[in-house]
Ligand binder design. Structure first.
Ligand SMILES: N[C@@H](CCC(=O)N[C@@H](CS)C(=O)NCC(=O)O)C(=O)O
Length: 359
């Protein structure tokens, strides 16, 4: 017995320090998550006759497109709701899910059907079968295909999002496990079998299809929004506001990022003195002009890259621009949906967690 204990101790002593530290961090991380969940899922009072919309967190980013879709629908239809961000998973193990009196309904599309039936509403009333079929096709494409490309770009090919959601450093050793699990899921879906370039190609083609179909219309099917607009908005927001400068954002914004790279190049890296002199400003203004542009582009994200990286982005954008000139209409669409149905977007999402949105 004693020799077995000695052998175990010897073995532990031989294990390199970084392995011990990683195992310790993983165990500590799992313990923190379990305790955190237990504390959060204590019994709540559920108000009667209001929808309780469950999603994992709220702000400063809304990274759950399916929850954004449901919330947007509830706002458009003026249905009373309350958010629950206690991170409690629903019966199908995904977000969003809702509670309404004694009923529990998971899955965004089933939730919308339930809302329509319970409150006797339907945003798609009056649409003809052909329009409904097209809307269904676009929704499914974005939710079952594009979504996975966005997720891979955000969580698998890049790691910035982990910082943005405030993952404590002690949990960072879990990132490779999370990535492996995501790869397994997406491998089973199919998209995870493709290379990064191929996945981006898939995403570009999807965005291009939505962009071409949307054209100059205000919403997917015309002047009025339909149910699918909530889904389209949910997914596009992920590229437009919540991709932290990664390839999903670059693909959607194309021309915008290009304009910013040109501004950076002109004002920060090259030629600012010449441009200012041409405009009649004295030389010392250059310092302030550079700082101003750097600050503005820092907030956007692109100003955080090195000169070399910015030139790389510029070259890529020039290539993309020739094929995807229409994408600015998708950016305007995001802005329009936000202005129309989310006038309190900044309070709710950007400064999220500080207030409860109710209709
Ligand atoms: N078909 C579902 C998809 C929901 C979904 O994929 N939700 C993701 C977040 S965007 C989720 O909960 N993932 C957690 C998991 O798979 O464990 C719906 O429309 O609600």
């Amino acid at each position: 017995m004693e020799s077995a204990t000695t052998a175990v101790c010897d073995f532990i002593n031989k294990v390199p320090f970084y392995v011990k530290a990683s195992v310790g961090a993983v165990v500590a991380g799992i313990t923190i998550i379990v305790v955190h969940r237990k504390l959060k899922t204590k019994k709540r009072d559920i108000p009667r006759d209001a929808i309780i919309l469950h999603q994992p967190w709220y702000g400063p980013y809304q990274m759950v497109p399916f929850a954004l879709k449901v919330e947007t629908y509830l706002r458009i239809m003026k249905i009373p709701y309350k958010l629950d961000v206690s991170d409690e998973k629903g019966p199908k193990g995904k977000y969003p899910w809702i509670e309404y009196n004694d009923q529990v309904i998971p899955d965004s599309s089933f939730i919308i059907k339930f809302v329509n039936k319970t409150f006797n509403v339907d945003l798609d009333k009056g649409l003809n079968p052909e329009q409904l079929a097209v809307a269904h096709g676009f929704r499914k494409m974005l939710e079952e295909n594009t979504y996975w490309a966005i997720i891979m770009n955000r969580w698998y090919f890049e790691s910035t999002a982990f910082k943005k959601v405030g993952l404590p450093w002690i949990l960072s050793p879990l990132i490779p496990y999370f990535k492996r699990s995501l790869l397994n899921t997406t491998y089973n879906h199919g998209i995870g079998r493709h290379s990064h370039d191929e996945i981006n190609e898939i995403m570009k083609e999807d965005l291009n299809a939505v962009s071409k179909f949307l054209g100059k219309k205000r919403f997917l099917l015309g002047d009025k929004p339909c149910q699918a607009d909530c889904a389209v908005f949910g997914q596009l927001v992920q590229c437009y506001w919540h991709s932290f400068g990664n390839i999903s954002e670059k693909t959607l914004k194309g021309g915008n990022v290009y304009a910013l790279t040109v501004a950076l190049d002109r004002w920060v890296y090259n030629g600012s003195r010449k441009v200012l002199a041409f405009m009649g400003f004295p030389g010392f203004v250059e310092y302030f002009a550079r700082r101003m542009v750097k600050k503005a582009t820092w907030a956007h994200g692109i100003g955080r890259h090195t000169q070399e990286e910015v030139y790389g982005i510029m070259r890529e954008d020039i290539g993309n621009l020739s094929n995807f000139l229409e994408f600015p209409n998708l950016c305007l669409y995001c802005e329009r949906m936000k202005e129309t149905f989310w006038p309190d977007w900044d309070d709710c999402i950007t400064h999220g967690g500080t207030r409860e949105a109710t209709s």
